[in-house]
Design a protein around this ligand. Sequence first.
Ligand SMILES: Nc1nc2c(c(=O)[nH]1)N[C@H]1C(S)=C(S)[C@@H](COP(=O)(O)OP(=O)(O)OC[C@H]3O[C@@H](n4cnc5c(=O)[nH]c(N)nc54)[C@H](O)[C@@H]3O)O[C@H]1N2
Ligand SMILES: Nc1nc2c(c(=O)[nH]1)N[C@H]1C(S)=C(S)[C@@H](COP(=O)(O)OP(=O)(O)OC[C@H]3O[C@@H](n4cnc5c(=O)[nH]c(N)nc54)[C@H](O)[C@@H]3O)O[C@H]1N2
Ligand code: SF4
Ligand SMILES: [Mo]
Length: 844
Amino acid sequence: MDVTRRDFVKASAIAAAMAAAGGSLAACASKSDAGQQGAGDTQTHTAVCRFCGCGCGVLVETKDGKVTAVTGDPDNQSNRGLNCVKGYYLGKILYGKDRLTTPLIRDDAGTKGTESGLREASWEEALELVSTKLRETWKKDKSRLAFWGSGQQPITEGYLTAKFWKAGLLSNNIDPNARMCMASAVVGFMNVFQTDEPAGCYEDFDNADVFITWGANMAEAHPMLYSRLTAHKLQNESVRHIDITTMKTRTSASADKVLLFRPGTDLAIANCVANYLIQNKKYDADFVRDHLQFKMGTENIGNAYEDGYDKSDLGKSVDKTTACTFEEYAARLADYTLEYTSELSGVSVEDLTDLCEVFADPDLRVMSLWTMGVNQHNRGTWMNHNLHNIHLLSGKYGKPGSTAFSLTGQPSACGTAREVGTFCHRLPADLVVANEAHRRYTEAVWNLPEGYLDEIKTPGYHTIKLFREMSKGNIDFLWSAHNNWAQSLPNLTRFLGEDGEHTGIFDTFIAVNEVYPTLTTQYADVVFPVAMWVEREGQFGNAERRTSVFEKAVEPVGDAKWDVWVLLEVARRVLEGETIDGEDAFTRLFGFIWDAEKDDFNGDSREVNRAIWEEYRTFSNPDLNERAAAINAEKKLKMEAKQLAPYDEYLAHHGLTWPVREVDGQWLPTKWRFSDGKQADGYDEVGIEMYGDKGLAGGMSWYKSADHKPSVVFRPYEPPAQEPSAEFPFWFCTGRLLEHWHTGTMTRRVEELDRALPEALLSMNADDAAALGVNDGDMVQLTSPHGTMQIKVSLAGRVEPPSGMVFAPFFAAETLINRVVQDYYCPLSKETDYKKTCVSIKKA
Ligand SMILES: Nc1nc2c(c(=O)[nH]1)N[C@H]1C(S)=C(S)[C@@H](COP(=O)(O)OP(=O)(O)OC[C@H]3O[C@@H](n4cnc5c(=O)[nH]c(N)nc54)[C@H](O)[C@@H]3O)O[C@H]1N2
Ligand SMILES: Nc1nc2c(c(=O)[nH]1)N[C@H]1C(S)=C(S)[C@@H](COP(=O)(O)OP(=O)(O)OC[C@H]3O[C@@H](n4cnc5c(=O)[nH]c(N)nc54)[C@H](O)[C@@H]3O)O[C@H]1N2
Ligand code: SF4
Ligand SMILES: [Mo]
């Protein structure tokens, strides 16, 4: 399926329309009139986009206390002034007509699941109610309370939430929506590199010879980076893009080649590349010898669907790996011939060979890109392995333009969920609860007595487990923030019940921090109206490890308050009378930012953020804390490998990529992880000596001992959890389209975006439509083994699924596609597969 130059230029025009350039085109950058105009001075504030993991820097103009315009920030090196359409309309997300401005309380639990039943309340009443319920549950049975967070929480907010939950409540029942998003990538990085670190940076886009998208729809989901890709391609005729995908998307439009594969068989395609490299002796033998170790893992791991899976013998064995030789690894790969893989995947031998040759050519710089197609996969962790494997075998890693690049979805999926550790098994900065040395280190930073955190050495509930327990009536208290789980969770039928059915969720006391009414607030007992985006200061960490600050630009609307203020007001009440080593627990944990007498923060939004940041930064700068430094030295934790700079450096530089190394009093960002030297412009001499391996030249000097080398783990093809059958003959893939953000709560309140894409439609192949007797615009009934719903068919071709597959986005509450979507998950990462539900379709 070759794409002509004319097609490409046309597709690039679409891309350009999606992401308008700043920089030289800054004058053309559209400005949105977000608020009312009036007299008074215009002020400009530096910020980061509220939406995707590209993490575009933006400049926010305000007048008379309102955001009036948003443009790309030319000084943020991640986007250099470029934005997409969602970026330009950012200001308007603050001013939807039904913005929540007053706390709400539900008196009658019988109204749950409906739009009515919430009444206005005072902050005092709402805070007292939530604190009392939380404290009650906490005192009774800690396993029955939980927090569900998000990769959209700013960094300091996620950090403080984790501190309250883990150190304050001694509970590990905290997990983020990033579990549904980046968990497979995280476990992949941990298994391969023993550290969770996206290695490349956006400069790779300017250096690659070949881009390979592995089921990533960048044109819709990462528009700024996609336009960087197409710009590089337009300027360099030899640059190629191969789109490996299960359905044609706008991303396919600009690709030189589209490799359509059968869902789930990407595992085999990557193994085919590895096998080809080895069989033809076209792998990078020096790199393999010097830098890699080889492993086998548990196979035939079945389907994680039933509750007992994690605790079964099989479930407990999925993480196990054993060392093997290169030859043993090669032998296991031998099945993945071009012919076998072609048969399995549906990709022609010719196209597979072409792909293999890209990796075989030592002179080509190759950038693999992936997001949810790989992560939301019943073997998501394995697929992450297989991508790292082919880049490692071919030595295409840690060099500008050559990298396996995991795109992150949310603005701070990396920065918050992963870096500060809001997962049920983690502590800040890559530390985990199950590791004794990690607990000791965390106690040191948090000034807790030694052994204090031993009570939380067992991980809590991961997301799916948590909501399953909740629907069975085993969770009494849930607090959720920065997410809309009643729309975004898979298999909603299981959690929320069929129409009129009463699941345990109706009995859980639920507190929700929100900015707009959502499906989730319909299940809330208390809704806290919170400050949104630039109504307070915060920080996001994007896909290239860049931490950027967004400044407070305006006051929150109405009586909305900062999430952190709400957290601390509840923490103060819940922890009242509790002590740690004789000292008041709340003061010990949060006194550094709280003025007890005022019962409020002891500084403004900037000062509070700076103070939290400086405490968090101690994790990766152990020298700031004597006790932590001693543990780091004794246990060889190498915490400084993720060094962060003082807060104001991020403001001054409009964002910095970690590790940020202090050299001669200067804070230097790192572009490429796992690579040697040639880093930030002008700092070539610095190398990566901070990793403790001074003097080792070339390649991955971070790994000085064999057991610290990256692992190539053999991961076979195993089939998807569901495959089309006579009863459910269609694959149902779900995901995103450009104009809307996830559950649509923010973007649907922006008139321009709402008008551009007013309803969620089911993309269908014309042949299938003809066979089913349905036309564009007809309603169909979609049924899976999990649930059923109705949706309107589109044959317009924005997404073009092959025959036998349909696609829909999940932004529309009235078209609740997640009632139908399966909740099978990757047994290693516990991330669910939203891409491969099997459904039947009939005209409604
Ligand atoms: N406009 C917009 N942009 C967003 C978001 C948004 O809501 N709206 N959300 C952000 C977030 S949080 C995320 S996580 C990202 C998601 O970004 P993407 O993952 O790029 O987008 P999706 O639409 O979720 O996924 C669609 C892709 O899944 C692939 N796929 C389906 N089945 C398989 C399979 O078996 N294997 C492989 N390898 N691929 C498969 C398809 O080929 C298709 O390209 O987008 C981010 N950007
Ligand atoms: N079918 C299907 N479902 C999916 C996916 C899929 O591909 N297909 N993808 C999954 C993935 S990758 C992801 S990341 C999730 C995302 O799922 P969610 O995170 O649950 O969905 P969002 O719509 O992003 O919810 C964020 C909420 O935060 C609110 N909000 C905005 N600003 C603030 C603030 O400052 N404070 C607080 N407290 N709240 C605020 C917004 O109004 C919004 O309702 O969806 C998952 N669900
Ligand atoms: S949505 Fe993503 S690409 Fe668009 S402006 Fe925001 S961060 Fe940039
Ligand atoms: Mo995501």
